[in-house]
Design a binder for this molecule. Structure first.
Ligand code: C2E
Ligand code: MG
Ligand code: MG
Ligand code: MG
Length: 288
């Protein structure tokens, strides 16, 4: 009986694995069509400056409107896009689209765009960014690229050179999802990041857990000492926002503040923003 169960279990495992492979293949084929069929969209989530009590800018977040599946989230298709290399044309499209849209509505604000390690390795990135900046007319200093630790782990010297070139153009570089990788501390020395985005897993329990508080307080102090700013990700409750501010975070982003929305809905979304009172000017100057 044990043997039979084992065989059944194995058969079941094998067929669901098959199914997963087929499902992935279907998504891949659909994704190849997504750009030309105009199924991709960029949503924008507001980021606020806690020191100054104002909107700092927006993060561009890719959305795929699949004809039968509905809205497919980036976590489901970015890995496929990376494995197939589709992330390169898709990513260039995101850059063009986000710079163009942000150029027309967000005043002097920042626009943050996620960059995959595969994009950083692609030979055309810097030129594509230059062209997108030129045709949108947006100043490079208003643009931030967000990368995760993975971007500098493999092939790090070449990637570092690309990021430095972008930085020389005036673009800012943020370290995304900080605290979730392996080499967090050494990492901060490996590249002159402009900001650190503290992963939402630390923010989730920051009100209840003294250890999360200690980690965030240490990261904000370290960042300040290195001349970097900190953004807290995934802020969902007002108590978290108050705590993060007390712990020295400069910026915040999360559903409490604003949801990611299409450009057309951003004005309405931001009309409801409750901004914190600015810190006294001495403290802001001191932190600079
Ligand atoms: P990320 O860059 O860390 O983006 C933040 C994610 O957290 C977004 O998920 C956002 O919708 C979500 N989020 C924001 N506030 C909250 C909150 O209060 N609570 C919770 N639970 N979640 C919140 P999204 O849009 O599903 O994107 C997931 C990831 O996909 C992004 O993580 C980023 O790594 C990647 N991604 C998104 N757009 C692009 C893109 O254009 N290019 C590349 N290469 N990657 C992208
Ligand atoms: Mg990001
Ligand atoms: Mg993140
Ligand atoms: Mg992430």
């Amino acid at each position: 009986a044990a043997k039979a169960r084992g065989r059944d279990g194995f058969a079941l495992y094998e067929s669901s694995l098959d199914e997963a492979v087929r499902e992935r293949r279907r998504l891949e084929l659909d994704l190849r069509q997504a750009l030309v069929r105009d199924q991709l969209e960029v949503h924008y989530q507001s980021i606020i400056d806690l020191d100054r009590g104002q909107v700092l800018g927006h993060e561009a977040l890719l959305r795929w409107n699949h004809p039968t599946r509905g809205l497919v989230t980036p976590d489901e298709f970015i890995p496929i896009a990376e494995e197939t290399g589709l992330i390169v044309p898709i990513g260039e499209w995101v850059i063009r689209r986000a710079l163009h849209e942000a150029g027309s509505w967000n005043g002097g604000n920042q626009i943050a765009i996620n960059l995959s390690p595969v994009q950083i390795r692609s030979p055309n990135l810097v030129q594509a960014v230059r062209q997108a900046l030129d045709s949108s007319g947006i100043a490079a200093r208003r643009v931030t690229f967000e990368i995760t630790e993975g971007a500098l782990l493999r092939n790090s010297e070449a990637n570092r050179a690309v990021l430095l070139k972008l930085r020389e153009m005036g673009i800012r570089i943020a370290l995304d999802d900080f605290g979730t990788g392996y080499s967090s501390l050494g990492y901060l020395r490996s590249f002159p990041f402009d900001r650190i985005k503290i992963d939402r897993s630390f923010v989730a329990d920051v009100v209840e857990q003294a250890d999360s508080q200690a980690i965030i307080a240490a990261v904000t102090r370290l960042a300040a000492a290195l001349g970097m700013r900190t953004t807290a990700e995934g802020v969902e409750r007002i108590e978290q926002l108050d705590m993060l501010r007390t712990l020295g975070c400069n910026e915040a982003q999360g559903f409490l503040i604003a949801r990611p929305v299409a450009a057309a809905d951003l004005e309405e979304e931001e009309a409801q923003l409750a901004l914190p009172t600015p810190l006294p000017a001495e403290i802001i100057d001191y932190r600079k």
